[in-house]
Design a protein around this ligand. Structure first.
Ligand code: GSH
Length: 256
């Protein structure tokens, strides 16, 4: 990704998208694909995980990613507001069903995957534990920063595997039920934001192969759950769905 320096990006009109640099952070990757799917051009800007990002804070009031800044509108940081911005800028192709009940299902699914205390939140608590255990002081310091930003505690960590597994089981049950009705997608029979978010967040249990995902080895090892108690919750249908989504709807290799 050819990131544009903050000083340059902040004076430009149009869409600027701040993303985690150097790792396929799933919130950032999802935001990237949301805009890409709709062919909305953006200026890519880098956020460095686990660091203060003071220049970013000075511009947007935020230190993490993603952040979508459109013209002189307020920065958008949550997945929902980012999806809604994209839907406004380019309604076609829509990533949301036209039917309200189906839309509620899409939002509910992404909430379970990506919102506070959802699947990825739990996985991040586990990743932070891994970073804290590193002998490398810089890695440890990054872990400490993330711990303070994202609600790390021993009690939260202790509950993380069960909470994350429960959500994975819900997602796979849903895919099985959909398949029985003849659909290859989470909601209805078209590609929606729920599929897009799952594809990106699935990396947190099964990162894509190094041939299409050149992520740092340390983070890859932390993302990978093979051999852990959570592995049983990853029904093969979840990964088959993800693979199909990248094949049909999302560009590879991953770019970060
Ligand atoms: N605000 C986003 C979530 C953003 C988020 O959790 N970002 C994390 C992804 S791991 C991040 O940038 N972490 C690196 C850091 O805080 O330095 C949303 O609610 O959709």
């Amino acid at each position: 990704m050819d990131y544009v320096p903050i000083a340059e990006a902040r004076n430009q009109p149009g869409l600027r998208l701040v993303m985690n640099k150097g790792v396929p952070g799933p919130w950032s990757q999802s935001a990237k694909y949301v805009f890409e799917t709709k062919s909305i051009p953006y200026v890519p800007v880098a956020q460095l995980g686990g660091t203060p990002n003071d220049e970013l804070y000075d511009w947007t009031g935020h230190r993490n990613a993603p952040i979508a800044i459109y013209d002189d509108e307020p920065p958008r940081i949550g997945w929902h507001e980012i999806v809604m911005l994209a839907e406004r800028l380019a309604p076609d192709p829509s990533l949301l069903p036209t039917d309200s009940a189906a839309r509620a299902e899409v939002f509910g699914i992404i909430t379970e995957i990506a919102s506070e205390n959802g699947f990825a939140w739990q996985r991040r608590l586990q990743l932070i534990e891994g970073l804290n255990a590193s002998p490398d002081k810089r890695v440890q310091s990054g872990g400490a920063t993330l711990a303070s930003r994202y609600g790390f505690s021993e009690a939260a960590l202790a509950a993380a595997a069960d909470r994350a597994s429960e959500i994975l089981v819900m997602l796979s049950a849903r895919l099985h039920a959909q398949q029985e009705t003849g659909s290859d997608y989470f909601v209805g029979d078209t590609f929606t934001a729920a599929d897009l978010y799952w594809a990106c967040f699935s990396q947190l249990v099964a990162p894509l192969d190094a041939s299409v995902n050149r992520m740092p080895g340390l983070i890859r090892d932390l993302y990978d759950i093979e051999g852990t108690a959570m592995a049983a919750a990853v029904d093969p249908i979840l990964l088959a769905h993800r693979d199909r989504l990248y094949e049909k709807h999302l560009s590879l290799p991953l770019d970060f």
